[in-house]
Each structure stands twice: as C-alpha cells, then as structure tokens.
Design a protein around this ligand. Structure first.
Ligand code: 8YV
Length: 323
C-alpha cells in the first residue's frame, strides 16, 4: 500500500488522516492545484475527510480510481461526475446510525423540555433566587412524530421512539418494505398529519428547501421541527421567521446550510436548541467511521472491491469483478 499515491484532506478526523498517511504514499489534498501534471497523473485515490470534490478536481486527476469519504452524507462530492469518469466513491453508512439516532432523541427531548435552558437557570443561580424553573409548555407526551427520510438512521430513530409511546409516521422517496409505520406519499401530507417533524433526509436536489413556511404551517402552532439531516433541506430564513412569529412552537437543529455559520435569525429565535453538528461526533463512532474509510481504500487496492460504495458508483465495481 505504501507505494500507492493518494491525496488526503488536511482537515477532518485527525486519527484517520494519520493512519492514511502511515499506510499510503500521501500528499495533501489542499495542494492538488500546485502538483505538476506528472504528479497528478500518479494519484490513484483520495482519502476525503469532508472536502468538496467535483468535476474540476477529478479532471486534474486522470488516473483517480477511488474517493473514500468520511461520513454517511456525501452531498459535498459530485458522485455523478465521479461515476461518469469511472471513479468509485465510498461513504460510511451503518456505523454511525445508533449515535446519530441517540443524538436525535436527545435533541428532541432538549427542545421539548427546555433542558439546556433549565440547566442555565440552575448555573445562573436563578433556582435559589427565583424558585423552580417554569413548567415547560411542550412535552413529548401525546406527540405525533413524522420522520422525513426512512433510511437506516430514520429507522433507528423510529425504533427508539417506539419506547416513548408516541405515534410514528414517515415520508420517504418511496415506501420502505417491512416498515410498518404509516407512510405518506408527500412531505405536505406527512406534515398535515403530525405535529413533530424530524428531518433525516439526505441533501439532494429533491430535498433542497423542502421544509418551508408551507410545511411548517401544516405542523401547526404546537409544531416542532428537528433537523439532524442537512441544513439545505430547510429554508432557514423561513424556519427562523416561523419560530419568531409562533407559526411553530420550537426547533432543535444540529445542521445548517452554511456551516459553521448559523443564520442570525436562528441564533435569536425563541424556543430553539442549536447544536454544532455533533450527531455522530463521539470518539467511538468517529473511530468506526474512520476505520471504514480505510477499509474501503484497502479493499480497493488489495481486491479491486469496495465495502460501501455510494449508489451512483456501485455499478462500477461490477466492471472490476472477475468473470
Ligand atoms: C459528520 C455527517 O459531521 O456522516 C455525516 O453525514 O453529517 C456527520 O457524521 C461528517 O462526516 C463530517 O465529519
């Protein structure tokens, strides 16, 4: 492996970068444009720890075979452009489902029961000077939860919610076999029938700006929006307005359209819990994600296969399979 020339991100999960540097003949992805034509022609792989990659980068690397990307979402990589050029893209599904689902439930409870605000209240000394923290207006009791995106993570969230005795429904591109929750064919039908919407959908052209004022109005004034998918799925300005003017009751967000920038109107919105994109961010889970990044690279350079290719490039593996 040590002879395989590979570009690696300079940012992102440091332990994964260090192991890639140990295993391969690496250069820094940031220096791509500074490499000579000869150097670029040698590059066979990219270990991508969350950089944006598309046709522009791929065209500079005529012998690129594989991009192994850290994270289940890969919207920062133009997988269609990779597929057109015969480049395999892999991601890290599965190993983060439980962590992200745990965080989603935590964020939901924090939002409904105002747990971060209540803790601040204690720390500020207000419990001593003003008495008990005010009763929360919202509760999980009796809620109708709608999950937007019923993939592995959506299912892990739904599975946990079963233990809370709430009703569960979902919207997904298509109905999921063996999934017995009520299915709605459109996001607006789902929003009409629930009061709490959890976004787990991947960022695609179809999901961009899907959650807007109209959807939020359908959730109603008791409505709650939780986002652990991608910030681009919601029109942030409209969400912020809906929180400021009481169109919905509260929101809990882990993801934003222009991270790490967070819209000012969201920062100032009432009844809003804001997390800095931490859903999968434990040492345990990030290590598992990093291992899968490496395993995909090793599988490719030992057996011409990949463990978790993204759907857009999966067909390329068949071309490499021995007959
Ligand atoms: C990480 C994520 O934040 O997997 C994803 O799609 O959003 C997160 O787990 C991401 O991998 C960046 O490090």
């Amino acid at each position: 492996m040590k002879t395989v020339p590979l570009l690696v991100s300079s940012r992102g999960h440091a332990p994964t970068r260090e192991r890639i540097v140990d295993l391969f003949n690496t250069s820094n992805l940031d220096n791509l444009e500074k490499l000579t034509n000869d150097q670029r022609s040698c590059i066979r792989a990219i270990g991508c720890l969350f950089d944006a990659l598309g046709a522009k980068q791929f065209d500079l690397l005529p012998n690129l075979e594989i991009v192994s990307s850290f994270g289940v979402g890969y919207d920062q990589i133009d997988a269609a452009a990779a597929a057109e050029r015969g480049i395999i893209v892999t991601h890290t599904p599965g190993v983060l489902d439980d962590e992200v689902a745990d965080t989603a439930i935590g964020l939901l409870l924090c939002t409904l029961r105002e747990l971060p605000k209540a803790e601040d209240y204690l720390r500020r000394g207000d419990w001593v000077s003003n008495g008990p923290y005010p009763l929360s207006n919202l509760t999980l009791r009796g809620r109708k939860i709608g999950i937007f995106g019923m993939g592995r993570i959506g299912r892990a969230i739904a599975h946990r919610l079963e233990g809370f005795g709430v009703s569960i429904a979902y919207h997904n591109r298509s109905q999921v076999p063996d999934c017995n929750y009520q299915y709605f064919r459109s996001l607006s039908e789902l929003a009409t029938n629930v009061d709490t919407l959890i976004n787990v959908a991947p960022a695609t052209q179809q999901t961009t700006d899907a959650v807007d004022t109209d959807i939020l109005k359908l959730l109603g004034t008791n409505g709650v929006f939780i986002n652990i998918g991608r910030g681009t799925t919601v029109v942030e300005e409209e969400l912020a307005q809906a929180l400021h003017n009481g169109t919905i009751a509260a929101a809990g967000l882990d993801v934003y359209a222009k991270e790490p920038q967070v819209h000012n109107l969201l920062i100032s919105a009432p009844n809003t819990v804001l997390l800095p994109h931490i859903a999968s961010a434990s040492v345990h889970t990030r290590a598992a994600m990093g291992q899968l990044v490496i395993d995909n690279l090793v599988a490719w350079f030992t057996d011409q296969t990949a463990i978790t290719p993204v759907p857009e490039t999966r067909h390329l593996l068949d071309q490499h399979r021995p007959a």
